[in-house]
Design a protein around this ligand. Structure first.
Ligand code: F1P
Length: 341
């Protein structure tokens, strides 16, 4: 995270320098919509990115799996800025979507980790996330850095539009706090390792989050699936009552993202619904949650930046659960480093 932030923040003017972005202030002001495309973990990072852009720059933004986008004959709109996200920069579904967009005259930026990769070369500009080599197949630190890069991009776009200087300063201060807060979470790995013991027997798990917490829940469930092979499903907390509550029972643990923000009471109500059905709950929160069987307490940042921190303990949970089950974490079955077909 230090690396993605380094040299890019200008505290005096509460702005960021994004060399290589290839989008000046006038062009940024002309963007009417942002569409983010990626696969797997990069898609989830893009979902958080879209929320950051909507919150900080007030530009309508959404994320879609590149693998869906490229097969559905989408409307390509000249006022939309397209952003392709990829750790490897080689994922074929993303590359094919970028090439198709370029053929149709769209402006495409990349948010990519591997310098000089195919997607980085094909894009009109963008941001490198500087997460270093992902030595294992599963993307973890790159997820975090990609979201941080989107934080910088949202801040940049916001400062060309609606974001006030005061809010810019607040977000910059929040970004600066991240490395220390992440170190704090990582220093509590023993606690998470002990918790993982409880989940090795689960056949299936539910992950829930609301708004900012939902993509975190999705990514956490993907991480668990990828490395431990435990079935996991993510739902928006508010969708529980539209079906999935039927699944809740003692043998189906729920992991809930419960940040201290204006949705706290709503999220607590969801925990009550689960507890009333004797479901076991692990909460990731900013303080102990009474209804949860366990709470992993993470440091509080600015509300908009909370998702960056809340996913990290769940990456560790997936890791330790998989380790206890004897899985090959660095090379999970049926998963390629970059999916090039
Ligand atoms: C996308 C991705 C990863 C996943 C695995 C397979 O890769 O789905 O998220 O962990 O490596 O590919 P990328 O486009 O971000 O390199």
């Amino acid at each position: 995270v230090d690396r993605v932030l380094r040299g890019r923040i200008d505290d005096r003017f509460s702005t960021v320098h994004l060399g290589g972005l290839n989008l000046d202030a006038r062009e940024a002001r002309g963007v009417r919509r942002i569409k983010i495309l990626g696969c797997g973990t990069s898609y989830h990072a893009g979902q958080i990115g879209a929320q950051l852009i909507e919150e900080l720059a007030r530009i309508p933004a959404d994320a879609e799996p590149a693998s869906e986008f490229r097969y559905r004959n989408p409307v390509v709109d000249p006022d939309t800025l397209y952003i392709a996200v990829s750790q490897s920069g080689e994922t074929y579904d993303v590359l094919a979507a970028v090439q198709e967009l370029k053929r149709k005259g769209a402006r495409v930026l990349g948010v990519v980790n591997v310098v000089g990769s195919a997607i980085a070369r094909e894009a009109d500009g963008g941001l490198y996330v500087h997460a270093g080599p992902e030595v294992c197949v599963v993307s973890t630190k790159c997820f975090t850095n990609t979201v941080v890069a989107f934080g910088l991009l949202a801040l940049h776009l916001g400062r060309t539009r609606d974001l006030s200087v005061a809010d810019g300063k607040r977000i910059i201060a929040g970004l600066r706090r991240l490395p220390e807060q992440i170190a704090d979470i990582l220093s509590r790995e023993d606690e998470i390792e002990k918790l993982a013991e409880e989940f090795t027997g689960a056949r299936s798990m539910l992950f829930i989050g609301r708004v900012r917490g939902y993509p975190v829940a999705r990514e956490a469930s993907l991480k668990l699936k990828e490395v431990s092979y435990i079935h996991a499903e993510a739902y928006p907390a508010s969708e529980l009552k539209h079906g999935p509550l039927a699944l809740i029972e003692p043998a189906m643990p729920t992991v809930a993202i419960v940040p201290d923000d204006d949705l706290l009471e709503k999220n607590r109500a969801a925990l009550e619904e689960i507890k009333a059905r004797e479901g076991k709950i692990l909460a990731v929160a900013h303080r102990e949650q009474e209804k949860a069987d366990h709470t992993i307490v993470v440091p509080k940042n600015e509300d908009e930046l909370d998702p960056i921190l809340m996913g990290i303990p769940l990456q560790l949970l997936a890791y330790h659960t998989a380790l206890k089950l004897g899985r090959d974490i660095d090379k999970p079955r049926n998963l390629a480093k970059s999916v090039t077909v």
